[in-house]
Design a protein around this ligand. Structure first.
Ligand code: AHM
Ligand code: MG
Length: 343
């Protein structure tokens, strides 16, 4: 039988129009917002893809609010997302890993009802070595009556997100998106320049035998963390009675993408080195969007004790420990932490 046009993957544009028309999950402004973010991600993908030829590798010679050295691509990706989003009339304000404070919408443009918060280029340490990096974003509603949103407007728990997603700039560029009704994956068709729907309703297997953690921090971990990983490392002869495999890309987007594809548990725990900061990963633009996606795909996400999406943020750049992925493993690692806390 010859393939019909209906068997071809549909574009992100068509997917969003159908979501608006058929399921009413989104309105025209949210549809525009997602399209604009996707377009910005295409521009970032082009810069990432040009690598050394684009003159974008290496350090920008500046630091962000968290004292981290900014790479040229961190700064460029941030600018691309700002420029793409500020004039469309769909946003009330933006915030990012790379900016100390929220970015207001310039007065010459209309304002919308949404807040966009993002990590413009996640996995910065991998830029110069040609390993996958990505963009993570989260969409919130501007609180009612707030005309000039400041940091406080963004301090909403992850349960309030209306959309979240990430782009992964890997061997192919993909956009993974949730609008609160499952998780859908789009692959960038570089020839026609469109994201095409390549998987609807991604599901994370409940069980896994693969974990992702930076093992070099083991000596700094708390006791329950050590217990959990030691049991995995003991393999067949240990209490778990089976062998576990390990992967650590050091780009959260790539690690989470693998987990969405074939299961696994991702952990960036609290350790003695980062205790004062509260963790490594940021709640509003890393942990929350990824937790929303993971939960929508049937997985689980905690900070080792509680559900990440229910944490009420205290500051824009707040950090949290992150345990996410296959449900049964996240549940177990969380249980070990809770048991230790109640002893
Ligand atoms: P970034 O947003 O500055 O790139 O930092 C976040 C990244 C995550 O993508 C990744 O999971 C983690 O930092 C890796 O940390 P480490 O280098 O300690 O393994
Ligand atoms: Mg990051």
């Amino acid at each position: 039988m010859t393939a019909t046009t209906s068997s071809r993957p549909i574009s992100l544009t068509r997917f969003l129009i159908e979501e608006q028309r058929d399921t009413r999950h989104i309105n025209a402004d949210l549809r525009l917002l997602i399209e604009v973010v996707a377009r910005a991600c295409k521009r970032i993908a082009i810069s990432v893809g040009r690598g050394a030829l684009g003159g974008v590798l290496g350090s920008a010679g500046t630091e962000n609010v968290q004292g981290e050295v900014q790479k040229k691509l961190d700064v460029l990706s941030n600018e691309i997302l700002l420029e793409a989003n500020e004039w469309g009339g769909h946003l009330a304000a933006l915030a990012s890993e790379e900016m100390d404070d929220p970015h207001p919408i310039p007065h010459r443009y209309p304002k919308g009802e949404y807040l966009l918060v993002f990590d413009p280029l996640d996995g910065s340490s991998n830029i110069d070595v040609n390993i996958s990096v990505g963009t993570i974003f989260s969409v919130l509603r501007c609180p009612p009556g707030v005309k000039e949103p400041d940091e406080k407007a963004f301090l909403q728990p992850g349960t309030k997100q209306v959309a979240a997603g990430y782009a992964v700039y890997g061997s192919s560029t993909m956009l993974v998106l949730t609008l609160g009704d499952g998780v859908h994956a789009f692959t960038l068709d570089r020839e026609i320049g469109s994201f095409m729907l390549t998987q609807r309703n991604l599901r994370i297997a409940e069980d896994t035998r693969e974990f992702a953690i930076n093992m070099s921090n083991m000596r700094h971990w708390e006791a329950p963390m050590r217990r959990y990983i030691e049991e995995l490392l003991a393999g067949k002869g240990g209490p778990r009675g089976t062998d576990f495999n390990m992967r650590w890309v050091a780009s959260m987007v790539a690690d989470v993408h693998r987990i969405l594809t074939r299961g696994g548990i991702f952990i960036y725990p609290l350790d003695a080195k980062i205790k004062d900061k509260g963790g490594k990963l940021r709640l509003l633009y890393e942990a929350n969007p990824m937790s929303f996606i993971v939960e929508q795909a049937g997985g689980m996400a905690t900070d080792g004790h509680d559900r990440i999406l229910e944490i009420v943020p205290k500051s824009l750049h707040q950090r949290v420990p992150v345990f996410l992925g296959s449900k049964n493993e996240v549940e177990r690692a969380t249980r070990y932490h809770r048991e230790a806390a109640s002893e």
